[in-house]
Design a protein around this ligand. Structure first.
Ligand code: UDX
Length: 457
């Protein structure tokens, strides 16, 4: 930011932002990254957080924290069904949020609240903010492609031009290439009525919001951003991604990251390691884990594999097949949770096998690492399809987990010419990201406009 703008902030009273993330890793990360970024611009920050999945406030000495009741008492169930959790959160948090915000308005530690920034999925905040007359800005944590696709789909369905419920999953949808029926975002195990209510809640909550922030960049999703911008006009759209690059080193992790793998990565040759992580909420059956393990072992590539405790159905402890450890001891490393952004930025990492959550996809792209894609639900199928067929920087595993297919896909990615070409394309996208973040770039300018908007309140 220009020096004069920082001075302006200092001279004016310091704007006080209240942020409210949805308490799942893929939502907490971009929200706290945004908060860090805005704090670095001179704003004071209060985080209102649920007791569920609460971050450790001592990791954020610059923020003030308030915790609210959330109705999610059995954490394990909700981790496995985040969509239903979002519904319960909106049902349970409205009153605690109202009480908390009222208290902050009358005697908060940082003076009057200038504005609240909430996750777009926290739609219960609309009524509260409107009644208490506090301006509200939204943060959407998925890609512009995902939001633009949902808009196209809605129009197609309203006009009776398409029905996806009874089609064969691999059928291409000609109106929205290159997507197939199975690439359309799906809500997992949540019941359709719950999904419908969440959709209506989000739609309504957009009515009185002052702006919409997205964690993406124009050099990746320009067409989709233009489409969404047109749709929400006159509400301004701020694409300020990749957020994690603007606020590096901030520890937003709900789980403890094991840094021991960094020393192991230091010992590996450049671009030889495949990093495997399937995000914060996915889980596998035992058979899948056996296939993944043997696929990795037979590929002969060095690997770093994140195996979260509880990520295998019915087992708190992870048990790997007999003989696997012996075969891979020299070239494999397993951790419970990794410092993913640092891992992907490490020169020895040459490939990334991912579930294609949006944060993970963005991190892979912005570190210039080509991907193997194993999406399982929500927006991940769509993200994977964009990775493999739009940006052409990855290969999607289409048939679940099969050791021969895995072995072959790892080789294609890590040693074949096909992988080299993908690496070149993803490196070009990484360059685009840097350009968008630099002074005069679209993300940089969008951030400036967001700061201007908040300062004008
Ligand atoms: C979920 C959905 O999967 C995703 O599709 C949606 O867009 C957001 O919510 P999640 O499954 O957690 O998120 O995936 P993702 O969005 O990729 O976020 C995971 C985050 O955890 C990433 O920022 C990643 O850096 C971090 N992570 C992952 C770690 O810090 N360590 C790890 O070992 C693995």
């Amino acid at each position: 930011m220009e020096e004069s703008k920082e001075l302006q902030i200092q001279e004016k009273k310091v704007p006080h932002l209240v942020i409210l993330p949805i308490p799942f890793q893929g939502h907490v990360n971009p929200m706290l990254q945004l908060a860090n970024l805005l704090h670095s611009k001179g704003f004071s920050i209060t985080v209102i957080h649920t007791n569920f999945h609460s971050p450790n406030p001592s990791n954020f000495p610059n923020f003030h924290f308030e915790f609210i009741a959330d109705g999610l008492s059995d954490g394990k169930i909700w981790t496995e069904d985040p969509i239903s959790a979002v519904y319960v959160l909106n049902d349970s948090c409205q009153e605690p949020f109202r009480d908390c915000l009222s208290r902050l308005l009358s005697d908060g530690p940082h003076g009057p609240v200038t504005c609240i920034i909430t996750d777009v999925a926290f739609y219960c905040t609309e009524d509260v903010a409107d009644q208490l007359k506090v301006p509200r800005i939204l943060l959407g944590t998925s890609s512009a492609s995902c939001v633009a696709t949902m808009l196209s789909l809605k129009v197609l369905q309203q006009n009776g031009l398409i029905s996806i419920s009874d089609g064969e999953p691999n059928t291409l949808i000609p109106e929205i290439p290159p997507l197939r029926i199975k690439d359309i975002p799906d809500m997992g195990t949540a019941d359709p009525e719950t999904c419908e209510r969440i959709g209506v809640g989000i739609h309504n909550a957009m009515r009185s919001a002052l702006g919409y922030i997205m964690n993406t960049f124009d050099g990746l999703e320009s067409t989709e951003l233009a489409k969404f911008r047109q749709e929400i006009h006159p509400m301004p759209l701020f694409e300020v991604g990749p957020l994690y690059k603007f606020s590096p080193g901030s520890s937003n992790s709900i789980l403890t990251q094991d840094y021991s793998c960094m020393a192991w990565l230091d010992k590996q040759a450049p671009q030889t390691v495949i990093y495997i992580s399937f995000g914060s909420s996915g889980s596998f059956n035992e058979k899948d884990v056996v296939e993944i393990a043997w696929g990795l072992a037979n590929s002969d590539q060095p690997f770093l594999w994140v195996l979260r405790p509880g990520s295998i159905h019915g087992h708190d402890l992870v048990k790997l097949p007999e003989g696997f450890e012996e075969k891979t001891r020299e070239r494999g490393q397993i951790v419970k949770w990794a410092p993913q952004q640092e891992v992907l930025a490490h020169p020895s990492v040459g490939g990334y096998w991912t579930h294609n959550g949006w944060n993970s996809t963005l991190e892979g792209i912005c570190e210039g690492v080509p991907m193997l894609c194993s999406p399982y639900l929500w927006d991940q199928n769509l993200n994977a399809r964009y990775v493999s067929h739009v940006w052409k920087v990855g290969i999607q595993l289409e048939n679940g987990f099969d050791r021969s297919e895995i072995e072959w896909a790892i080789r294609r990615l890590m040693v074949e010419i096909e992988g080299k070409e993908m690496r070149e394309r993803v490196s070009a996208l990484k360059e685009n990201a840097m350009r968008c973040m630099a002074k005069g770039g679209s993300s940089y300018e969008s951030l400036e406009s967001l700061v201007d908007l908040i300062m004008s309140l």
